[in-house]
Design a protein. Structure first.
Length: 320
């Protein structure tokens, strides 16, 4: 079989062309070369809905133009992540399938960049990686920055920390609060980072360490940290006032709940003490373990706060 080329890479003529996974829009003809790429895909873990909020906030607050739209039927497991459909009294009124899109975006100062938003593909990771890397080669992407978030036993009363991966040593040294050596379930952007780093191309991944008892909520300050991380890596500027205000209101309500419970206050205090000791340079191996090596849990916090958040949701619905 013959061989062909996609974005500077090769594929076997007997394999499906990666370019068949997406459709380009007319905007591609006006796309300047050498832009940075920012990526956030929802999938395996999205603690505090950090990536979900990041994508929604950027698409709602800055101008974007779609450049490439990826094929749901090839990449998405519909039965695992079912699309939303609107039932209006006696008929189906709207259907909203998920979307995986590469867009041209502009920050608050009108500086252009590429933005990859949507779901993490369920299928064809290697082929999707070839497709995305091919597009990045075609557009001569200057750097890649991506974010995701995982739940950790850390207190909500301290700024959200990050772990940085990739080959940006400046960011690793200045921002990475936890540098473990461990095996972890991979997501697709890990694969993209691995391939880019192996080729010596600039890439940085930010893992947000979100309080695990807030991992099932939309924690606005997680989205703020995601935006701050992207800004640190790219120099892009984003409006964050609304998210910061929402974050202050959210934390104030959590603090009210904690203050009203002696047990919650004690547990949060334990997390604070462990966090502060680790950040002060005490030789603990990580902010997740005590000196005896045991892994702490804050399940009591999670249970109590879940009751509080459920009551808050009911109150919001009643007000609505």
């Amino acid at each position: 079989m013959g061989r062909g080329r996609v974005g500077g890479g090769e594929y076997d003529g007997g394999m499906r062309n990666p370019e068949e996974l997406f459709e380009l829009t007319p905007a591609v003809d006006e796309l300047p070369a050498g832009l940075p790429l920012v990526a956030g895909l929802t999938g395996f873990a999205d603690a505090g809905a950090a990536v979900t909020q990041l994508n929604r906030y950027l698409l709602d607050t800055i101008p974007t133009t779609e450049v490439a739209v990826f094929d749901n039927d090839a990449l998405l497991d519909y039965r695992a992540r079912r699309p939303t459909i609107l039932f209006d009294q006696d008929h189906l009124a709207d259907y909203e399938p998920p979307r995986l899109v590469l867009s041209l975006a502009r920050d608050e100062l009108n500086k252009p960049f590429l933005l990859l938003t949507g779901y993490e593909p369920d299928f064809q990771w290697d082929r999707f990686a070839d497709a995305l890397l091919g597009l990045m080669g075609r557009f001569e992407v200057s750097s890649t920055t991506w974010v995701h978030a995982i739940p950790m036993p850390v207190p909500h009363t301290r700024p959200i920390k990050v772990t940085v991966s990739g080959n940006r040593s400046d960011l690793v040294e200045s921002m990475s609060a936890w540098k473990p050596r461990t095996q972890a379930p991979a997501n697709l952007l890990h694969l993209i980072e691995y391939r880019l780093a192996s080729r010596g191309e600039s890439v940085a991944g930010f893992v947000l360490l979100v309080p695990h008892y807030l991992s099932d909520t939309e924690f606005p300050l997680a989205a703020v940290t995601a935006l701050e991380s992207v800004s640190a890596a790219t120099g892009l500027i984003f409006p964050t006032d609304r998210l910061r205000e929402e974050g202050r209101e959210f934390v104030a309500k959590i603090d009210e709940q904690v203050t009203g419970s002696e047990e919650l206050a004690r547990l949060v205090g334990t997390l604070e003490e462990r966090h502060d000791t680790y950040m002060q340079g005490n030789p603990l191996p990580s902010p997740l373990v005590d000196e005896d090596g045991s892994v702490p849990t804050a399940d009591e916090i999670a249970a109590e706060l879940e009751k509080f958040l459920a009551a808050r949701r009911r109150a919001d619905e009643d007000q609505g």
